[in-house]
Design a protein around this ligand. Structure first.
Ligand SMILES: Cc1cc2nc3c(=O)[nH]c(=O)nc-3n(C[C@H](O)[C@H](O)[C@H](O)COP(=O)(O)OP(=O)(O)OC[C@H]3O[C@@H](n4cnc5c(N)ncnc54)[C@H](O)[C@@H]3O)c2cc1C
Ligand SMILES: *[C@@H]1O[C@H](CO)[C@@H](O)[C@H](O)[C@H]1NC(C)=O
Ligand SMILES: *[C@@H]1O[C@H](CO)[C@@H](O)[C@H](O)[C@H]1NC(C)=O
Ligand SMILES: *[C@@H]1O[C@H](CO)[C@@H](O)[C@H](O)[C@H]1NC(C)=O
Ligand SMILES: *[C@@H]1O[C@H](CO)[C@@H](O)[C@H](O)[C@H]1NC(C)=O
Ligand SMILES: *[C@@H]1O[C@H](CO)[C@@H](O)[C@H](O)[C@H]1NC(C)=O
Ligand SMILES: *[C@@H]1O[C@H](CO)[C@@H](O)[C@H](O)[C@H]1NC(C)=O
Ligand SMILES: *[C@@H]1O[C@H](CO)[C@@H](O)[C@H](O)[C@H]1NC(C)=O
Ligand SMILES: *[C@@H]1O[C@H](CO)[C@@H](O)[C@H](O)[C@H]1NC(C)=O
Length: 500
C-alpha cells in the first residue's frame, strides 16, 4: 500500500455552510408545492441540508432553491412535477461526486433531488439481476450484491461514488478491460420523465430512451431504479504495482511508447487491467489482473521485459478484498452520513495512439513543469482500449457512450490537481490546460474526446457536448427534444434539444 496516496479523497470536517446566499425568488413556490405533494425536504440550514448541500468539489459550491429527499418513486415523480410547475430546473444527486457539482445543478437556484436515502440493493437469485436504488454508493452496491449471491458487475474503484452518476455516464474501473463499463451491465431502468410520467426502459421497452440513458442519463430524467445483470464474483484477483524508473523525459517518452505499442498490438490480455499513474514523487503502473498471481506474472512479463522493469508488489485476493485494496478507505459499505470533500480542478481525455514527438513534448512538460509543481497533482492514464478490451467489443451505436473504437479510443486520462488546504489558486487552471493541449496537438477532432464523469466545467456548453458525446450528439439532441424540450433537467453542460 502507499500511505501517501489518498485517491478516493480525504475526509475533512467542515464548518456549517449557510443557505443565506440564495439568489432565487421561486423558493417559496417550490417549498409550497413540495409540501402540498408531501415530498420530504431538508429544512434550510438544518443538519441534513448542510450535509446534502456540501459539494464534493469544494471549489464549486452552489445553493439550491430546495432539496427534496425522496424515499419512494412517487416522491421523485412529485418533485419533478413541482419543478416543472414552478419553473425551476431540477437535478438528481446520487453520490454527489460530480467534478463540476452537477448534482447540485452546476449553478445556484435549482431543485436538488437528493437520492441517497434510496439505497436498497436486492439480488434476485433466480435471474442474477440486481435491483439497485439510485442513491446507493458503489461500495454499498458491491458489498450487498456480493453478500446476497457472490455476484458482481464492473465499476469504478472509489466506494463513495454514487451509482447514479457513475453508471449513467460510463463507469470505468479495474475490471473494465475484462468486463466493460458499469453502463454495459444495465439491463433496465425505471425513469421519471420531465412531464411527470414514470416509464420502464430496457432493450425491449422505450429502446431509444434506454440508449440515451446509457451514456447521457442526466439529460433525460431521473432514474428511480436500476437493474444490473451480474457475473460471478471472481475468486482470484491479483493487484500489482510496477515502480518505473522514469527519471527523465526520454525515459518517459520511450517507456510510454513501449506501453502504447503493447496495448495497441494486443499484448495486453483481456484479464489484465492497468493504468499508468504519476504524481510529483512516484511513477508507476498499477493494476488488477483477473487471475491468480502466477498467471499475472506470466502475462505481464513481456511488457516488463520491454520496459526493463520488475513487479514491485503483487497481492492475490478475492473480489471484495481487491476492491478494498484500491478503495483507499477503511470503510467499503458507505451510506449516510458521508462527508468526504476535496478542492480541485480536473480534466479528462480519451485519445488514440500518440506520436513519438507528442510523447516527447508530454514527457518534457511532465519533468520540467509538473514535477516542479508543489500542489498535489496526479495523472492517470488508463489502458482503456486495444484489441482485447471488453469496452470496445460493444458496437459503437449500442449505447450513447461515445468511446468504443479499439484503435481510436486507446487511452482514458484523468488529470487532477488539488490543494490540500485553502482555496484553489487562480493560476492553477493553466497548469492542466497547457498539459492537455500537448496531448491533442497532433490529433484531429475525431481522434480525441472527453469523459463527462470527469467533467471540466470550464468548457462552454457547445464545446462540452461535442467533447463528451462526439458522433452520438446529433441523436442525443433529437431525443432531448422529444423527452425534455423545455430543458427541465438543465445544467451548464447539458445536451441541448435539437432545433429543427
Ligand atoms: C473520489 C472519486 C473517485 C472516482 N472514481 C471513478 C472511477 O474509478 N471510475 C470512473 O469512471 N469515474 C470515477 N469517478 C467519477 C464519477 O464516476 C463521476 O463523478 C460520477 O458522475 C459520480 O456520480 P455521483 O452519483 O456520485 O455524482 P452526482 O454528482 O450525484 O451525479 C453526477 C451526475 O449524474 C446525475 N445523476 C445522478 N443520479 C442520477 C439519476 N438517478 N438519474 C439521472 N441522473 C443522475 C446528476 O444529476 C449529475 O449530473 C470518481 C469520482 C470521484 C470524486
Ligand atoms: C428498502 O429495504 C428495506 C428492507 O428490505 C425496506 O424496509 C424498505 O421499504 C426499502 N425501501 C424502499 C424505498 O424500497
Ligand atoms: C440467495 O442465495 C444465497 C446463497 O447464494 C442465499 O444466502 C440467500 O438467502 C438467497 N436469497 C434469497 C432471497 O433467496
Ligand atoms: C534517462 O534515464 C534512463 C533510465 O534511468 C537512463 O538510462 C538514461 O541515461 C537517462 N538519460 C538522460 C539523458 O539522463
Ligand atoms: C517511437 O519510439 C519507440 C521507442 O523509443 C521506437 O521503438 C519507435 O520506433 C518510434 N517510432 C517511430 C515511428 O519513430
Ligand atoms: C493459476 O491460474 C492458472 C491459469 O488459470 C492455472 O493454470 C494455475 O493452475 C493456477 N495456479 C495456482 C497456483 O492456482
Ligand atoms: C535495466 O535496469 C537495471 C536496473 O534495474 C539497470 O542496471 C540496467 O542498466 C537497465 N538496462 C537497460 C538496458 O536499460
Ligand atoms: C466555446 O468554446 C470553444 C472552444 O474553446 C470556442 O471555440 C467557442 O468559440 C466557444 N463558444 C462560445 C459560444 O463561447
Ligand atoms: C410524457 O412523455 C412521454 C415521452 O415523450 C410520452 O410518451 C408521454 O405520452 C407523455 N405523457 C404525458 C402525460 O404527456
Amino acid at each position: 500500500m502507499w500511505p501517501s496516496l489518498k485517491l478516493c479523497s480525504m475526509v475533512v470536517v467542515l464548518g456549517a455552510a449557510t443557505a443565506n446566499a440564495l439568489r432565487v425568488t421561486k423558493r417559496a413556490a417550490i417549498d409550497d408545492c413540495l409540501s402540498a405533494a408531501q415530498v420530504p425536504v431538508d429544512a434550510p440550514s438544518s443538519t441534513d441540508w448542510v450535509a446534502d448541500v456540501r459539494a464534493f468539489n469544494q471549489r464549486l459550491q452552489y445553493t439550491p432553491a430546495a432539496i427534496a429527499v425522496p424515499t419512494t418513486v412517487e416522491h421523485i415523480r412529485a418533485a419533478v412535477s413541482c419543478a416543472a410547475k414552478v419553473g425551476v430546473k431540477v437535478n438528481p444527486k446520487s453520490g454527489g461526486h460530480s467534478y463540476a457539482s452537477f448534482g447540485l445543478g452546476g449553478e445556484d437556484g435549482h431543485l436538488v433531488v437528493q437520492l441517497d436515502r434510496m439505497n436498497n440493493v436486492t439480488l434476485d437469485n433466480a435471474t442474477q439481476i440486481a435491483t439497485v436504488q439510485p442513491g446507493a454508493r458503489l461500495g454499498h452496491v458491491a458489498t450487498l450484491i456480493y453478500q446476497q449471491g457472490k455476484r458482481a458487475f464492473s465499476h469504478g474503484t472509489c466506494p463513495g461514488v454514487g451509482v447514479g452518476g457513475h453508471a449513467l455516464h460510463g463507469g470505468f474501473g479495474f475490471s473494465s478491460h475484462t468486463y466493460g463499463l458499469a453502463l454495459d451491465w444495465i439491463v433496465g431502468a425505471t425513469v421519471v420523465l420531465a412531464n411527470g410520467t414514470v416509464v420502464e426502459t430496457s432493450e425491449t421497452q422505450n429502446k431509444d430512451l434506454f440508449w440515451a440513458l446509457k451514456g447521457a442519463g442526466s439529460n433525460f430524467g431521473i432514474v428511480a431504479s436500476f437493474r444490473f445483470k451480474t457475473f460471478p464474483a471472481p475468486t482470484e484477483l491479483s493487484t500489482y504495482v510496477v515502480n518505473l524508473r522514469w527519471t527523465n523525459a526520454s525515459a518517459i517518452a520511450e517507456g510510454w511508447a513501449s506501453l502504447q505499442d503493447w496495448l495497441k498490438t494486443g499484448g495486453m490480455p483481456r484479464e489484465m487491467n492497468m493504468r499508468l499513474f504519476g504524481n510529483g514523487f512516484q511513477t508507476q503502473l498499477q493494476g488488477m489482473y483477473h487471475g491468480n498471481s502466477s498467471a499475472l506474472r506470466t502475462a505481464i512479463q513481456p511488457l516488463l521485459t520491454r520496459l526493463n522493469a520488475t513487479l514491485s508488489s503483487v497481492e492475490q485476493d478475492d473480489w471484495m478484498g481487491a476492491f478494498a485494496h484500491y478503495a483507499y478507505s477503511q470503510q467499503i459499505d458507505i451510506t449516510r452520513p458521508y462527508s468526504a470533500t476535496e478542492t480541485f480542478y480536473s480534466k479528462s481525455l480519451v485519445t488514440s495512439a500518440l506520436s513519438n514527438s507528442t510523447l516527447q513534448s508530454i514527457a518534457n512538460y511532465w519533468v520540467n513543469t509538473a514535477r516542479r509543481n508543489s500542489r498535489s497533482w496526479y495523472l492517470m492514464v488508463d489502458m482503456y482500449g486495444g484489441p482485447n478490451s471488453a469496452i470496445t467489443k460493444v458496437p459503437a451505436d449500442a449505447t450513447s457512450f461515445a468511446y468504443r473504437d479499439p484503435n481510436t479510443h486507446l487511452f482514458l486520462y484523468q488529470f487532477y490537481d488539488r490543494t490540500m488546504r485553502g482555496s484553489y489558486p487562480s493560476d492553477g487552471f493553466a497548469f492542466l490546460d497547457d498539459w492537455v493541449k500537448l496531448f491533442t496537438a497532433g490529433l484531429d477532432t475525431t481522434q480525441w474526446g472527453m469523459y463527462i464523469n470527469y467533467a471540466d466545467p470550464r468548457l462552454n456548453q457547445t464545446a462540452a457536448q461535442e467533447a463528451y458525446y462526439g458522433q452520438n450528439l446529433a441523436r442525443l439532441r433529437q431525443l432531448k427534444k422529444q423527452f425534455d424540450p423545455a430543458e427541465l433537467f438543465y445544467y451548464p453542460q447539458a445536451v441541448e434539444p435539437a432545433k429543427a
